[in-house]
Design a protein around this ligand. Structure first.
Ligand code: MN
Length: 432
């Protein structure tokens, strides 16, 4: 006889992604579907590896949603074991998880002030601390479920997982942490708390949460698995990406979203139908962007959330994107991607390469020594009064409600306040 369980993570109930209330409803629906599928699969128990809620202080609506959904496995006598994630743990004694536990809807694992002893929980004292763990018995077999809430990197500097968690027989370890090897696979950077080697040996299954992508690897005889978030988290978590290679779009299929059904400690992915996220990246001028994006548009489903990332050498009006993409949500991102002046030599004239304001500054400064470079930059950002060129540039920047990618525009707003008018006239005098 083997155990069969569902492994769900990063549900993020109550998350109004992009400030859209209907996204919270879609996150709720994904959780409900996952739980129903797990119950249909007749699992022995369900694991929720943290971030059930998007915030540590969920709204009454969100708490009600959690109660309604978690009542489904309760009616089928399927226990749910859970740990708190970084999004929904609390620094206070009681979190929303404790509330759900009081209602008999979940069994919380980890460090506690009081002992818990019942059909599904037992308490151990390790290194002077009480740790509540889960137990599940089936026939003459039993499995132990260890785990704890999300802990910061600072905690891991002072503590080792193996000091607190040792498998006694068949055991699962549930954690909400980033593992270095996985982070490197997906993101590069060094945002992690542990390495694979830090996971204590001997567990048959490491039920992970925190990183919203799916990842399965092995550790000794055990399996380390992240199911990923139930819904797509951002445009990096795309269903489909189109990348411009200079002459055409190269399609790249992303990964499906869902959770894991684990039998005999081997995970099987269960896909959920979630909101599609499409990600388009292009580096082109106005006419090429218009032509190529129009050509690509029929491939993007109406219900999609779409990001169009345009890298340009000089800004152009992108409002046409709203006409060609009739999607549910459109996110436009623009950024400057100018080639260096040296490489552009011969290929571009100065007037094509520099903005009117920059040309004006170059003309004024000439070959002058650039010790006063900072001041010149301020001048560029502040604009030149007698030149309406500056206004034109500002105008273009205003017309694009993008994710503040027009960096100079943003800096200009900030810097402008810092430069008193008197100073500016001094500058003009200095520039002659
Ligand atoms: Mn999360």
């Amino acid at each position: 006889m083997t155990f069969k369980f569902a492994h769900i993570a990063d549900v993020h109930l109550g998350f109004e992604q992009y400030r859209l209330p209907y996204r919270a409803e879609e996150f709720r629906k994904a959780f409900e579907t996952a739980i129903k599928k797990a119950v249909e699969e007749k699992v022995d128990f369900i694991l929720i590896a943290g971030d059930l809620f998007h915030r540590s202080n969920p709204s009454p609506q969100t708490i009600k949603d959690a109660i309604d959904i978690l009542s489904i496995p309760k009616r089928s006598k399927i226990p749910v074991f859970a740990i708190e994630g970084n999004h929904d743990r609390t620094q206070k004694r009681i979190s929303a998880y404790h509330l759900l536990e009081s209602l008999g809807l979940i069994y919380l694992l980890g460090f506690r002030e009081e002992k818990k002893e019942n059909e599904y929980q037992t308490t151990e004292r390790v290194n002077g601390k009480l740790i509540v763990k889960g137990v599940f018995e089936k026939g003459n077999k039993s499995v132990e479920i260890c785990g704890m809430k999300y802990m910061s990197a600072a905690w891991f500097e002072r503590n080792k997982l193996s000091d607190y968690f040792k498998p006694g027989g068949d055991a699962i370890l549930m954690l909400h942490q980033g593992i270095k090897e996985m982070m490197e696979r997906f993101y590069g950077g060094d945002y992690f708390e542990i390495r694979l080697e830090d996971l204590p040996d001997g567990f048959l299954y490491y039920a992970m949460g925190h990183i919203h992508r799916r990842w399965v690897t092995s550790k000794g005889l055990g399996t380390v698995a992240y199911p990923g978030s139930l819904q797509r988290w951002d445009f990096g978590d795309y269903e489909m990406r189109y990348r411009w290679d200079g002459s055409r779009f190269l399609p790249q299929v992303g990964e499906d979203k869902g959770f894991l059904i684990v039998e005999d400690f081997r995970p099987r992915f269960v896909k959920l139908d979630v909101r599609p996220f499409y990600d388009i990246k292009i580096k082109a001028n106005d006419s090429v962007a218009r032509r190529e994006l129009k050509r690509l548009a029929p491939k993007i489903p109406d219900e999609a959330f779409l990001r169009v990332d345009i890298e340009w050498e000089r800004p152009f009006d992108v409002s046409f994107l709203h006409d060609i993409f009739r999607v549910k949500y459109l996110h436009i991102r623009t950024r400057f991607g100018r080639v260096s002046p040296l490489r552009a030599k011969g290929a571009t004239t100065a007037s094509e390469f520099f903005t009117p304001v920059e040309l004006k500054v170059i003309e004024r400064v000439g070959e002058r020594d650039f010790e006063e470079f900072e001041e010149v930059i301020k001048l560029i950002l502040g604009g030149i009064d007698e030149s309406n060129a500056a206004e034109k540039v500002e105008e273009v920047q205003e017309s694009q409600k993008t994710e503040s990618q027009v960096e100079r525009g943003v800096k200009a707003q900030k810097t402008e306040k810092k430069v008193p008018p008197k100073r500016r006239s001094d500058l003009l005098a200095w520039l002659g």
